[in-house]
Design a protein around this ligand. Structure first.
Ligand SMILES: Nc1ncnc2c1ncn2[C@@H]1O[C@H](C[S@+](CC[C@H]([NH3+])C(=O)[O-])CC(=O)[O-])[C@@H](O)[C@H]1O
Ligand SMILES: O=C(O)C(=O)Cc1ccccc1
Length: 246
């Protein structure tokens, strides 16, 4: 169902800002696996974390679900739990394909928890009471001045003992750390078959639309949003995932 990512392989006269359109949706599984170190481990363990914290009779949100990788993992790990997943994305191309992937999962596995895919903007969405919320590499695409409001609404929707899983590409305040981890990330991309041109053009495409925070900034914002505790449960190079308790 998915093609090899060659979106930035040919020289582009002008590199436009990155958007989640049909071309990206078509190559997305390949792109994300070859671009984010640790992505398969993060996705698999989101299932483990969700199974640990999901409360019977409650909702689970996968916000910025793309093709539903985190939703699929949670469904594999939740077994026959009495829960329902709402997967939300504002990109039509992602939503259409996400529904196809989840239908394929339904046809291959029995007794999965129900999952509904909604096309919607997480800045507008009314959140119902829930036990688990996943933001797997989504908050980095939200305008920085909107991020606290999104987290505050998530915190308010979470039930007692509820949890947020927040995965992001991190920025590092120490310029040497930033430089070292960024360079190894580019080496990771080269090792996965991306050329220097692909790496450089993708870098320009995302630089204005993916504004990164340090882990310290994430922790401060989570605290300001009302979360009682947060810790990094996974990091690989400049990518990682935080779990935050209501
Ligand atoms: N305001 C918004 N409202 C809804 N969706 C949004 C918004 N802004 C961006 N998105 C969506 O957030 C997703 C980010 S990708 C998530 C990967 C996935 N979680 C995964 O587990 O594979 C990460 C990446 O591509 O690096 C895209 O599908 C956007 O359309
Ligand atoms: O490719 C990169 O450099 C990234 O930072 C990850 C990424 C993955 C998919 C879409 C946008 C960014």
């Amino acid at each position: 169902m998915s093609d090899v990512d060659k979106l930035f392989a040919a020289p582009l006269p002008q590199v436009s800002d990155f958007v989640f359109d049909h071309n990206v949706a078509r190559v997305f599984p390949d792109m994300i696996k070859r671009s984010i170190p640790g992505y398969p481990t993060i996705v698999e363990n989101i299932g483990v974390i969700a199974a640990q914290y999901a409360q019977p009779g409650t909702l689970i949100y996968d916000l910025g679900c793309s093709l539903g990788a985190a939703t699929q993992s949670m469904r594999r790990h939740l077994g026959g739990a009495d829960c329902r997943i709402l997967a939300v994305d504002n990109a039509e191309a992602m939503v259409v394909r996400c529904r196809e992937y989840l239908a394929a999962q339904d046809s291959m596995m029995e007794e999965l928890v129900p999952a509904t895919v909604i096309q919607g903007d997480i800045l507008q969405l009314e959140l119902e009471p829930c036990s688990v919320v996943v933001l797997n590499f989504t908050l980095q695409f939200i305008a920085p001045e909107q991020r606290l409001a999104v987290l505050t609404r998530i915190r308010q929707a979470l039930l007692p003992d509820g949890i947020l899983v927040l995965s992001e590409k991190f920025r590092f305040a120490d310029p040497v750390t930033q430089q070292h981890l960024e360079q190894v990330h580019y080496a990771f991309k080269r090792a996965n078959g991306y050329s220097e041109l692909e790496i450089a053009q993708k870098r320009s495409a995302i630089e204005n639309v993916m504004l990164l925070d340090t882990q310290e900034a994430h922790f401060e914002r989570l605290q300001a949003a009302g979360f009682s505790h947060a810790c990094t449960w996974f990091q690989c190079l400049n990518f990682g995932s935080i779990m935050a308790h209501a």
